[in-house]
Structures are given as structure tokens and as C-alpha cells.
Ligand binder design. Structure first.
Ligand code: NAG
Ligand code: NAG
Ligand code: NAG
Ligand code: NAG
Ligand code: NAG
Ligand code: NAG
Length: 635
């Protein structure tokens, strides 16, 4: 009775913390569904119930419905599901409104629904549930339909008397009579009770059922007095809650505003990056630095270029005489493009800060790198080794690197929009290259087969095919340097336990996908001196706080027909970024999932005007329609 007397500040604090606990809640709900999946052990659900269970009002999972990120319905009908679900399986799903396991083979006792106060529909009919009908169902004040027919329930029927209850069926069980004579239970016909023990409804005369006497009048008067008190308490609580909701909304608005400001700053930075053009941007002029470097190399010329394939046809001198174009300074040295007469250009990469390796060791490691051949790997053509100079010669990729493609020239006229199909095809190509590296036995010598996957290490050839470069360098670089400069060493597991594994590559790939989807500069790829966003936590926050339209880069979010694909790819990215390496998928699984994402018919056809597409509604309407379509399974 006493919630009004309950210290108000305590209540306020509890409710305030509720505002903040939504991510924990989200994870608890996911864990509850995972537990359910584990009980059913159904191959379809095992496959399908993965990743993000709720995305605002949309679910990616078969049979799950969500509102505002919470699970509101579980509908798994006629799927041959079996197993005993534990009594507390639904404790955390406090927003559940509809639950149906109709026509399966589930057994055990009926679950406890005492914390599912919003339940309206429960359908457990045509299963093999046994035991008693739990009395916790009596406390569900919004219950409209309870279908328990065709099970093996025993015991007596609890005295249901909710005014809300309008559909009820317990026929074909082994329940014993008589039926409690409550107003509600008396309102149902004999077919709701038929085929139970003979003491309930006379099967020869189905309209005669045996009811006990009514509730005593005194009890109901007591109840009405209690109700009045409860109503007062509820009014008090509701007021506090409303105030809090207002507060929460305000602080969310504030956060949004702050975020907008940050983004504007970011845009300025992008422009600076573009204007300065100094980092990854190709400069058409021969730079003095590059010329100087060439001289250094020339002085030390002793050995010769070692070609990995049969590409031979030029030597170090040719390379040094070729016209060179600086491509910029990477973390492991600078690169330049050399154009030899009558041949395709090549990229020469000068490596520094390598481990002290003998020529033999170096050669051996290089062989391993060069032996990895895949259409989405930038091939290593040749290398040069001397005490003071190590060069890698790669094929030249005409369309530059992905970092420039994604971030370069934003807000300028020169910018060519980077549309969804191009991004999807890049994501696909990179996933395939990484899968190849992960499955290749020779790369097992490296703990992380790639180790440094990021936008600037992905090049685009003349057909915009993604070519992954810089793979295999982990084995050439000393650990202190690797841990400072390579992306895999920025993973949560390296921060926590100083360990990296191939799952660290998966994590890097997830970060890369997030960058590709959001178009925002990530901390892991931002050039020195420029602040990036920790995209993984940003996206989690965005999902939690319902900024749907703001997650995806505007250049792709205007493509309405691409929404389902984007959501799927986002789901993959979030799984790859899981803090726990074991929970991240294998590259093979990722490739399979990405292969299932369909290209849209045309990148420009379905483009809307920007204003229209910016509303959350147009996006999520589209998204939910897709999920419904995608869930089609012959259950
Ligand atoms: C799940 O089912 C598969 C066969 O479909 C079986 O091999 C596996 O052991 C089962 N797992 C559990 C936890 O029961
Ligand atoms: C989700 O559904 C709820 C209730 O139907 C609605 O209030 C809310 O605005 C919806 N959210 C989105 C993002 O559509
Ligand atoms: C029950 O589900 C099975 C498939 O498991 C289906 O063949 C059958 O028609 C369903 N029965 C009813 C009454 O829905
Ligand atoms: C029904 O329940 C009674 C006891 O209440 C039991 O003796 C009987 O075997 C049960 N029948 C079936 C078919 O389970
Ligand atoms: C209750 O279920 C039985 C068996 O499925 C069915 O025959 C009967 O018509 C149902 N009664 C009502 C009121 O839904
Ligand atoms: C039982 O309830 C009915 C109305 O539902 C009422 O007419 C009747 O008098 C009640 N009987 C007893 C014993 O309370």
C-alpha cells in the first residue's frame, strides 16, 4: 500500500537508473532468447537467432517482434519445437504482449509469467505441457486470451476472474473439476472445457458444466477498497514516472544537440583533410622527399629485385629511373608509384621498423606472403632486401584507397557519391580476401593473418574491385611497434589480455564495416592528429537511443531499397565487433551472410529527396517490411 510513503528520492533514483540501464536490459533479453534457443536446439533457430534481436520496432529474428528495442512478441507456431523451458525463462521479457508456441512438441510445466504483466495473448495449445495451470496467470490483468487446449495438464482450474479475459480454452487436457464459478469462467461455453476429467463438463450434455459457488461478496468488497488505494498509489507513481520521462527526453535532446555540434566540427576536419591533401591523397607532383628517397636507395644499391612470379622484366635501376609519384607516408614507411615505360605502374613501398631479420628469414616470410594469391588481395610482385633498405613492389591500383574513396572530397563538387552497391561489393571482396587468409595454412604462422585491416589498406582497381594490401606484416614487425600501429592490436582483447588472434582480424573487419556503413571517421583509421569516433560504441548507443536515420551515411540511407541490405550488414558488423572474441563469427560465416545480401536494382533509381528520407519513419517502415518478408519460412 505504502509506495507514496516510500522515500521519494529513492524512487526517483531507482527510476533514474532505469533510464540508463536500457543496454543491460537489451542484453538480458538477448540472453533470455539465447537460452530459449538453446532449449529448442532447432537448426533453423540456431542459425537465425543471432546478432541484434531488436532494432527499434523491427526484429531480425524469426518469430520475434519488438517495440522500441524491447521484445513484445514471440510467435513460434507449428515448428516442431521440443524441450522443457524453465519456469523463469520469461522473467526479463517484461514487455512481452504476445506469446505463442501453438502446435509444437514442448513438454514440462507451464512457465511462470508473473513478471510479464503486459501479456495479452498466451497460446500454448497443441503441445505436451503437463503439471498444473500456474496461479501466476491470475495476476495478469491485461490477459485477453489463454489457449491451453490439447496438452496434458492436470489439477484444477485456477479461479480466473480478469474482466479482460475474453477467450479461454482448456479442453482436451486431464484437468479435474469442478470449474470455479467466477463471472469470467462462467462466460465461456462448454467447448472451452470439454474432454477433461468427467467431474468437469458432462460430455453427454456439453452445456452442463459443474461450477463451484461464486466468490464471496465480502471478499470482493475488500478487493474494491484495496483497488482504491492502489489507484491512488498508481497516480502518484505515474506522476513521478512522467516527470522522469520528460527529464530523460530532455537529456536525450541535449545529447543529440551535442552530437550534432561534434559532427559539424568533424565535417570541418574532413574539409581540412581534403584541402591539405597531405595524408593519403595522391599528389600529382613529384615531391622532393620522394626524389630524396630515391637517391638514398640508389646509393645503397647492391642486390637486385627478387620477383615473386614471372613478372620480371625490369630491374632496380629501371625502377629508380622511372617517373615516381608520391603516394604518401603510411605507418610502415612511404610509398610511391613508379611508371615504367610500356608496363602497368607499380607501387613501391619502403618499409621501416622491421624486426631484425636475416636475409633468409626475410625471404622465407616474404615467400609466405607472396604465396597468398586471391582476386581480392593486392599481389606482391617483387621485393628488395639489403641491410638498410627493404622494398615491396605491388601492383598499382588505379582508383586509390578506400579511405579516400569514403572520406575524401565530402561536401565538394568533386565528390562522386559512393553508393550502396559499391560499398557492398567492397565489403564482400574484403571478406573474401580475409577468409582466404584465414583458411590458408601458410598464414597459420601468424597469430593474426592480416593484422592491419583498415580503409587505407584496401585499394580499388580500375573496376573498383577491392584489393586488400599490407597483409602478413605482423610477422615482419617487432611486437612493440605492431602494438602501437596495427589495428588488430587496438582490439578489446589486446587491451584486456595482451592477446591477439584471428578473431582480432574479424574485429577489425567489423570496425571497417561500421565505417563503411556510417561514413564516419573511425578512431582506428583516422590519420594522426584527427579525431575519429569509437564507432562500435557509437553504433550501440545509436541503436539503443533510436537514431535510426542517423546511423547510416546519408549517401546510402537515401537509397530506400537498400535498407534491408544495410540493416543486415550492420548486424554482421555488430557481431564482428563483439567484445568477446569467441562470440565473433568466423570469416567463412561472414562471407556466406554477405553473399546472401542482394544488390539493389539500381543505385540511383530509388533515391528520394533528402528531406523525405531523413525521417526515421520512412526508413524503419521499409526495414520492418523487409524483416517480415525475410522471415518467410514454411513453418
Ligand atoms: C542439438 O542438436 C544436434 C543435432 O541436431 C546435436 O548434435 C547436438 O548435440 C544438440 N545440442 C544440444 C546442446 O543438445
Ligand atoms: C515504434 O512503435 C512505437 C509504438 O507503436 C512508436 O511509439 C514509436 O514511435 C515507434 N518507433 C519508431 C522508430 O518507429
Ligand atoms: C501443426 O504443425 C504441423 C507441422 O509441424 C502441421 O503439419 C500441422 O498442419 C499443424 N496443425 C495445425 C492444426 O495447425
Ligand atoms: C489423468 O489424471 C489422473 C489423476 O488426476 C490420472 O490418474 C490419469 O492417469 C490421468 N490420465 C491421463 C490420460 O493422463
Ligand atoms: C477449444 O479447443 C478445442 C480443441 O482444439 C476446440 O474443439 C474447441 O472448439 C475450442 N473451443 C473454443 C471456445 O475455442
Ligand atoms: C453468483 O453470481 C451470479 C452472477 O454471476 C449471481 O446472480 C448469484 O447470485 C451469485 N451466487 C452466489 C452464491 O453468490
Amino acid at each position: 500500500m505504502g509506495s507514496l510513503q516510500f522515500p521519494k528520492y529513492l524512487l526517483v533514483m531507482i527510476l533514474f537508473s532505469l533510464c540508463r540501464s536500457s543496454i543491460a536490459q537489451y542484453e538480458q533479453e538477448r540472453d533470455a532468447l539465447y537460452a530459449l534457443k538453446h532449449v529448442f536446439n532447432d537448426s533453423f533457430l540456431n542459425d537465425n537467432w543471432n546478432g541484434l534481436q531488436c532494432y527499434e520496432n523491427t526484429s531480425f529474428w524469426y518469430g520475434i517482434q519488438c517495440i522500441n528495442g524491447r521484445v513484445t512478441a514471440i510467435l513460434l507456431e507449428g515448428g516442431g519445437l521440443s524441450g522443457k523451458v524453465s519456469a523463469d525463462a520469461f522473467f526479463v521479457l517484461s514487455e512481452l504482449i504476445t506469446l505463442s508456441f501453438r502446435n509444437n512438441s514442448m513438454s514440462g510445466n507451464i512457465m511462470d509469467f508473473s513478471s510479464n504483466q503486459k501479456l495479452k495473448d498466451i497460446d500454448l495449445s497443441r503441445n505436451m505441457f503437463d503439471g498444473q495451470i500456474p496461479r501466476s496467470l491470475l495476476a495478469l490483468n491485461f490477459l485477453e486470451s489463454l489457449q491451453l487446449q490439447d496438452n496434458r495438464l492436470t489439477g484444477s482450474i485456477p479461479e480466473f476472474n480478469q474482466a479482460s479475459l475474453i477467450a479461454f480454452n482448456v479442453s482436451n487436457n486431464n484437468l479435474s473439476g469442478p470449474i470455479p464459478g467466477t463471472h469470467t469462467l462462467k462466460s465461456f461455453s462448454a467447448t472451452s472445457y470439454s474432454n477433461n476429467s468427467p467431474g468437469m463438463c458432462d460430455s453427454s450434455n456439453p452445456d452442463t458444466c459443474y461450477y463451484t459457488a461464486n466468490d464471496t461478496a465480502g471478499e470482493s468488497r475488500k478487493k474494491s477498497v484495496a483497488t482504491i488505494f492502489i489507484v491512488f498509489d498508481i497516480i502518484g507513481l505515474v506522476t513521478v514516472i512522467l516527470l522522469l520521462i520528460l527529464y530523460c527526453k530532455k537529456s536525450r535532446k541535449l545529447k543529440k544537440l551535442m552530437k550534432r555540434n561534434r559532427l559539424e566540427e568533424k565535417d570541418d576536419e574532413d574539409l581540412e583533410l581534403e584541402a591539405g591533401g597531405s595524408y593519403y591523397k595522391e599528389s600529382k607532383d613529384e615531391s622532393n622527399i620522394q626524389a630524396g628517397e630515391q637517391r638514398v636507395i640508389a646509393k645503397e644499391e647492391k642486390g637486385n629485385l627478387i620477383f615473386m612470379g614471372d613478372e620480371a622484366g625490369f630491374n632496380l635501376n629501371d625502377l629508380l629511373r622511372a617517373s615516381a609519384e608520391g603516394l604518401g607516408k603510411g605507418l610502415f614507411g612511404s610509398s610511391y608509384k613508379a611508371t615504367l615505360e610500356g608496363r602497368p605502374g607499380v607501387v613501391v613501398k619502403r618499409l621501416r621498423d622491421l624486426k631484425p631479420l636475416s636475409n633468409e628469414e626475410f625471404t622465407q616470410l616474404l615467400r609466405i606472403i607472396a604465396d597468398q594469391k586471391h582476386p581480392n588481395l593486392l599481389p606482391l610482385l617483387a621485393y628488395y632486401y639489403s641491410k638498410d633498405e627493404k622494398l615491396f613492389v605491388y601492383r598499382y591500383a588505379k582508383n586509390g584507397n578506400l579511405f579516400n574513396r569514403l572520406h575524401g572530397g565530402r561536401g565538394t563538387r568533386e565528390r562522386i557519391p559512393f553508393r550502396w552497391s559499391s560499398r557492398l561489393s567492397v565489403a564482400r571482396g574484403v571478406a573474401r580476401a580475409l577468409e582466404y587468409l584465414h583458411l590458408n595454412p601458410s598464414s597459420s604462422l601468424c597469430p593474426v593473418p592480416h593484422g592491419n585491416l583498415k580503409l587505407s589498406n584496401i585499394l580499388l582497381d580500375e573496376n573498383d574491385t577491392a584489393l586488400v594490401s599490407d597483409y602478413g606484416l605482423t610477422s615482419l614487425v617487432a611486437l612493440p611497434i605492431a602494438s602501437q600501429r596495427m589495428v588488430s592490436y587496438k582490439s578489446p582483447e589486446y587491451q584486456n589480455s595482451k592477446r591477439v588472434s584471428r578473431k582480432s582480424d574479424v574485429w577489425s573487419y567489423g570496425c571497417l564495416l561500421l565505417e563503411l556503413l556510417t561514413g564516419r571517421l573511425s578512431v582506428h583509421s583516422a590519420p594522426p592528429g584527427i579525431n575519429g569516433v569509437d564507432l562500435s560504441s557509437w553504433v550501440h548507443r545509436a541503436v539503443r537511443e533510436e537514431w535510426t536515420a542517423e546511423i547510416f551515411d546519408m549517401e546510402i540511407s537515401v537509397q530506400r531499397s537498400a535498407a534491408p541490405g544495410m540493416l543486415k550488414l550492420l548486424q554482421v558488423a555488430i557481431r564482428c565487433c563483439d567484445k568477446i572474441p569467441e562470440k565473433r563469427p568466423e570469416m567463412t560465416e561472414i562471407v556466406r551472410e554477405i553473399d546472401n545480401i542482394k544488390y539493389v536494382a539500381s543505385d540511383d533509381e530509388d533515391e528520394l529527396s533528402v528531406d523525405q528520407s531523413l525521417t526515421d519513419e520512412s526508413f524503419s517502415t521499409n526495414a520492418s517490411s523487409v524483416v517480415v518478408a525475410g522471415n518467410g519460412r514454411g513453418w
